[in-house]
Design a protein around this ligand. Structure first.
Ligand code: RUB
Length: 365
């Protein structure tokens, strides 16, 4: 059933729920799912006018956008797809939007394969990599190295509270990589037999700061102390255009129950309803560029401090919320809905070509 008034297709709502509840997770996978959901919205829309069609697509984009705040791949994907929403009839708009979403998804896959080849160059036969969380970009580097005949071993941090390290361990075992699974606190102890720390990113700021799963920063600092290089595998979809104009990256805070179940909380505290035991559950942290050796993208590898050069090359002059109408777009309607007003033209941030503008910094959480 469609919800009255919004005309958002059920597929979009299902995808939004899956992202919010982390059934779909990881920056690249979220972007892919969001593009697929916009394609579904375009295909299934019963809009009778171009204005109604555009309004629905923007509402769908907003619904998807509001699921999780930290991975910039999500707004980047939405903006890219909406920018391809061109045409003067509903049929034209529909086919252009679907084609754009499909192109995005194909490009994303190709970009990850290219990134994997770049990242694999950093790995030698016999290397031991330490991973944190589950990153498809990081794993693409390992996959290519294996395909090139290199033997790779992995030390996999479990990554509390949601243990995404288990997903990484499963994938690596499918590829027959020897895996040692460790609790997060054991990482420094295992760094003396690690050749590379290899992690992904949810967002990369213009100053080269890397926003990734909570615990990445501590791992990178420990790795620097141990003399182990830190490689961040992050396709250009993870470059955060707004940080070029000084915006910070919002760090998602998740439910306390992920860390401490209500039952366990009751066991820990004598008093019923004791609110002096506070649980903090930030899902991501920011690793300053000085702890990162290289950011590996599908366009090559970069010292973090120079990622801004790539961002300037890829992005345009301004960005806008993904649902903002483009300046060259004819006015659609004035009846509300989710279409923004008067915002600038946002060039498309996708693995092939992207959008944005000057230096900034990520949140220092
Ligand atoms: C996932 C996470 C991953 C990045 C990169 O966090 O931090 O390292 O998203 O993943 P969560 P990828 O599980 O909370 O979404 O390389 O697959 O884009």
């Amino acid at each position: 059933m469609k919800e009255q008034g919004t005309e958002i297709e059920p597929t979009v709502r299902e995808t939004a729920t899956a992202i919010a509840e982390m059934d779909v997770r990881g920056a690249a996978t979220i972007a892919d799912a969001a593009a697929a959901a916009l394609a579904a919205q375009a295909r299934e829309s019963t809009a009778e006018t171009p204005a109604a069609f555009r309004r629905q697509l923007r509402s769908a984009a907003r619904e998807l956008y509001e699921t999780r705040p930290t991975a910039v791949s999500l707004p980047n994907a939405l903006r890219y797809v909406l920018r391809g929403m061109e045409g003067s009839t509903v049929a034209e708009l529909r086919s252009a939007t679907v084609a754009r979403a499909e192109a995005f998804r194909t490009d994303l896959q190709e970009a990850q394969a290219r990134l994997g080849r770049v990242g694999s160059n950093r790995l030698r036969d016999g290397d031991v990599v330490m991973t944190h969380c589950h990153s498809t970009d990081a794993l693409a580097c390992v996959e290519t190295a294996l395909a090139e005949g290199k033997e790779i071993e992995a030390i996999v941090k479990e990554t509390r509270p949601r243990n995404q390290g288990h997903i990484t361990a499963t994938q690596l075992r499918e590829w027959d990589v020897p895996v040692t699974l460790i609790v997060d606190g054991a990482a420094p102890r295992f760094l003396d037999r690690t050749d590379h720390v290899l992690v992904g990113a949810d967002s990369v700021a213009a100053d080269g700061s890397v926003v990734n799963k909570i615990g990445t920063r501590g791992l990178a600092i420990a790795a620097r102390d141990a003399g182990v290089p830190v490689t961040v595998a992050a396709g250009t979809l993870k470059l955060h255009p707004d940080t070029m104009t000084g915006h910070t990256v919002e760090i998602e805070t998740r439910d306390a129950a992920e860390v401490l179940s209500p039952e366990r909380r009751t066991e820990l505290t004598a008093a019923e309803g004791d609110d002096e035991l506070t649980v903090a559950n930030p899902a991501f942290d920011v690793t300053p560029p000085r702890y990162v050796d290289a950011i590996v993208t599908e366009h090559g590898q970069f010292p973090p401090e120079s990622i801004v050069v790539l961002m300037r090359e890829l992005f345009g002059e301004t960005t806008a919320e993904p649902w903002a109408p483009r300046v060259d777009e004819e006015p659609t309607d004035t009846t509300g809905g989710a279409n923004g007003t008067g915002a600038g033209d946002a060039n498309p941030p996708n693995p092939r070509d992207a959008s944005g503008t000057e230096t900034g910094d990520a949140d220092r959480n």
